[in-house]
Design a protein around this ligand. Structure first.
Ligand SMILES: Nc1ncnc2c1ncn2[C@@H]1O[C@H](COP(=O)(O)OP(=O)(O)OP(=O)(O)O)[C@@H](O)[C@H]1O
Ligand code: SF4
Ligand SMILES: [Mg+2]
Length: 331
């Protein structure tokens, strides 16, 4: 039986599964394969993991850009898929997603103002004058000058384009934004500014974020809690400081250890753990613990039994048979 949604949950995910058919339709890709979590109102919930672990698939499912194959996603305790079509369409505006590449989100033949106006027009929100005011306010809100509206995407820098995409999402006054690698394509020198803008908007507008990235530095900078994803499942979830300073799962430890930055204090003195090999295929994932083919601690039990999702410390969850046992990890 799944856990009931927490009172402050804006999103509750229960046993979420998303599967795709391969091109030849002979196999099934289990991109997300049994994930449970709540996103709390007003927080930034980070999701990290290697390429192909299923982060974007979760993000797209959270805003119903794709339909779960099984399990449930509740928004404020309600299942949007049970809503009548019109209500569903208007409900979806409250849950936005922003991707890595602003060029893919902006039509090169439309002026910036037309692009920002577009979602308001599709939603038939207010009068024409009100829509214009809202679009201009949104551009101002993300720190862009008023004359930018008349320009075209190719006349803007990468950072300015990503700000336009944020403004576009803001016009609909969303409650939650899924940010999928939103600073990954930006120059290092402006990443901090864009992350600060996200933090400022959250503070001023009461937004909730799901922040997806493979960059631990980014996620630790902005998130209250982090989930670590591996091959379609969460392996660890907890407060950012605890997960990054005292990781409980061997995969998280390996990810941290691979980071080009000082190791957490609890791991200093421990040898760096090399993540061997590639992430296995989600078409035919390893039995038991999915990380076992790359885990330096793997034992027979790990192939036989799927580890339970255990709350080992308050609000800090892990899926590993041995996590928490003495002498098991650098902790
Ligand atoms: N439409 C699709 N059809 C078939 N397979 C897909 C589809 N979308 C994603 N996948 C597969 O699902 C798995 C998870 O993909 P996903 O894009 O969610 O990973 P990710 O964690 O976001 O990776 P990255 O860090 O590279 O963005 C991958 O094996 C991917 O190839
Ligand atoms: S369950 Fe076994 S294989 Fe999986 S992380 Fe723990 S020790 Fe490693
Ligand atoms: Mg992705």
């Amino acid at each position: 039986m799944s856990a009931p949604a927490a009172n402050d949950a804006i999103v509750s995910v229960r046993d979420l599964q998303v599967q795709f058919q391969t091109g030849d339709r002979r196999s099934t890709v289990k991109a997300v394969d049994g994930v449970d979590f709540d996103v709390r109102r007003g927080e930034t919930f980070g999701i990290i993991g290697e390429s192909g672990s299923g982060k974007t698939t979760i993000g797209r499912a959270l805003v119903f850009l794709l339909k779960p194959s099984a399990g449930a996603i509740l928004h404020n305790g309600v299942d949007p898929l049970a809503m009548p079509r019109r209500q569903f369409q208007s409900h979806r505006r409250d849950y936005q997603i922003i991707f890595q590449d602003p060029n893919a989100a902006l039509n090169p033949r439309m002026t910036i103002l037309s692009s920002v106006l577009e979602p308001l027009e599709l939603a038939r929100a207010g009068t024409k004058a009100e829509r214009l005011t809202r679009a201009r306010e949104a551009l101002d809100r993300v720190g862009l000058p008023p004359d930018i509206g008349a320009r075209y995407p190719h006349q803007l820098s990468g950072g300015q384009k990503q700000r336009v995409v944020i403004a576009r999402a803001l016009t609909l006054r969303p409650k939650l934004i899924v940010c999928d690698e939103v600073v990954a394509a930006l120059d290092m020198s402006i990443r901090g500014d864009v992350l600060n803008l996200f933090a400022e908007l959250q503070r001023d507008l009461g937004l909730t974020y799901v922040f997806i990235t493979h960059d631990l530095a980014v996620v630790s900078h902005i998130s209250e809690r982090i989930a670590v994803m591996y091959l379609g499942r969460f392996v660890e979830l907890g407060p950012t400081e605890q997960v990054s300073e005292k990781p409980l799962h061997p995969y998280t430890q390996a990810l941290l250890s691979a980071e080009p930055r000082p190791l957490p204090s609890t791991m200093r003195g421990a040898a760096r753990i090399m993540l061997q090999g590639e992430i296995p295929s989600p078409i035919d994932p390893p039995s038991g613990c999915r990380f076992r083919t790359r885990c330096q601690y793997a034992q027979n039990l790990c192939a036989e039994k799927t580890p339970d999702w255990r709350e080992l410390l308050p609000d800090h969850w892990v899926a590993c048979h041995f996590a928490g046992l003495p002498n098991f990890s650098p902790n």
